[in-house]
Design a protein around this ligand. Structure first.
Ligand code: MV4
Length: 448
């Protein structure tokens, strides 16, 4: 195992990684920006280095500063967390060239899967179902119209360099397809420096189901079942859960097996999430791979009993996975609510500021992953998430009740949070009956 690693992140995930390292006996060096100076979680690391001003582009995203901190801190590896540099293949490559282990996949796998079109090609080759659409990139109008007529409208134009909902456009006839195509290309060029786009049939009201994967350097690839992330708004997840309700065991097995095939085809190592959409009739289609640990990883930890962060460190250090697929059991139901400093009554406007009082919930089946505390100031410079409330119970119904109990216990004074919308969602009959898809929140509470 590593003696000492650097954590190139902040907030709750930095704390989550510090905790895993402490239990593994691994020393930690954490970096922070001027905006995060004085945050209590920094004291739990063995060393902390300031890497720049509040603006992420000048601190958490500044590769030179992060590598310098790693050199001065004398670490053997870097954990990137999520966001920031976590899916930057260039950064992963630089780590390797500096003889620092990147706690994540090889940069080659990250690059191949990060490009959505090449990930789709690889999925096809691995016999993983993809959404009907173009064979590769779409380079002209005539070709786009031809494909659209073959698969039928509506179609979705996706930027190959996009992902997470960025750079997508729906078209429902020849005319809108032509204008959407040129707009999508121009947008993708401006946003990602890459105009490449491809075409898919637009799946109406899909559910979002993703499979957690772990792979070691010895050829072992396992899945840790699925998470359902359909309860989202404008591509921001609000609630995640496992298992995915209303998924048949046949579909679950097929999806998990497909995710493992894709990870093997990519020569993947470390943790990944393979995202699928599931249509109204239960067909599933691969959409993209996230090559990082995800915000919602705790729901998988609760139902499998496996610490994903520790596993990331162990496989990055060259250890084989300590279990095989048949050892991995799925037990009960877990739900996570993202607690953001946002006002759901005002279009989810961010509400940075000082927390006057924070009382965390607790008790049986409750986990609160948060770096926040009474007196902590939520910075306007970063993501507004102040914590993740996770519950685990034998059934989904019980998990919902425990979550409502925990939400009632959680006290955050001084700023608005997403707690009220969570309460509304969890008490909605459609949620109780699991009649949810990716449009549920916006259909029920509006886009605003
Ligand atoms: C789709 C789709 C419908 N049809 N692809 C959005 C994020 C990106 N990961 C892919 N996304 C979608 N791709 C086809 N062919 C609908 C979505 C989508 C979505 C997917 C997952 C989670 C939330 C979503 C919200 C809106 C649209």
């Amino acid at each position: 195992m590593f003696k000492r690693i650097l954590i190139a992140n902040r907030g709750e995930i930095a704390l989550r990684i510090i905790r895993a390292c402490r239990e593994l006996g691994v020393e930690t060096v954490v970096v922070y920006s001027e905006a995060d100076r004085g945050a209590a979680y920094l004291d739990l690391a063995d060393e902390a280095f300031c890497v720049g001003p509040a603006k992420a582009a000048d601190s958490y995203l500044k590769i030179n500063n992060i590598i310098s901190a790693a050199e001065v801190g004398n670490v053997q590896a870097i954990h990137p967390g999520y966001g920031f540099l976590a899916e930057n293949a260039h950064f992963a490559e630089i780590c390797r060239s500096c003889n620092i282990e990147f706690i994540g996949p090889p940069h080659e796998a990250m690059r191949q899967l990060g490009d959505k079109n090449s990930a789709r090609t690889l999925a096809r080759e691995a016999n993983v179902p993809v959404v009907p659409g173009s064979d590769g990139l779409v380079t002209n109008e005539r070709e786009a119209v031809e494909i659209a007529h073959k698969i039928g409208f509506p179609v979705l134009i996706k930027a190959s360099a996009g992902g997470g909902g960025r750079g997508m456009r729906v078209a429902s006839n020849d005319l809108t397809l032509k204008s959407a195509l040129s707009q999508a290309g121009a947008e993708a060029q401006a946003a990602f420096g890459n105009a490449a786009v491809y075409l898919e049939k637009y799946i109406e009201r899909p559910r979002h189901v993703e499979v957690q994967i772990l792979a070691d350097n010895h050829g072992n690839v396992v899945h840790l079942y699925e998470r359902d992330c359909s309860t989202q708004r404008r591509h921001q997840k609000l609630i995640e859960e496992s298992p995915s309700p209303r998924l048949t065991s046949e579909t679950r097995d097929a999806m998990c097996a497909a995710a493992v095939r894709l990870a093997k085809a990519a020569h993947y190592t470390n943790a990944a999430t393979v995202e699928f959409i599931v249509d109204q009739t239960g067909n599933f289609y691969f959409i993209e791979v996230n090559t990082r640990i995800q915000v919602e990883h705790p729901v998988t930890e609760m139902v499998t009993g496996i610490d994903l962060i520790k596993m990331q460190l162990r496989v990055a250090a060259g250890e084989p996975l300590p279990f095989s697929q048949s050892d991995i059991q799925h037990r009960g139901a877990s739900i996570e609510c993202r607690i953001n400093a946002e006002d759901p009554a005002a279009g989810f406007r961010p509400c940075p500021g000082k927390i006057d009082l924070l009382i965390p919930p607790g008790g049986f089946g409750v986990r609160f992953d948060s770096h926040a505390y009474t007196g902590y100031t939520v910075s306007p410079h970063y993501d507004s998430m102040i914590g993740k409330l996770i519950v685990h119970q034998p059934t989904r119904e019980q998990a919902i009740r425990t979550m409502l109990r925990a939400l009632a216990e959680l006290r955050v004074d001084g700023l608005k949070t997403t707690v009220p919308i969570h309460r509304e969602i969890l008490t909605h009959t459609a949620f109780a009956e699991a009649q949810i898809d990716t449009t549920f929140v916006e259909r029920t509470w509006g886009k605003a």
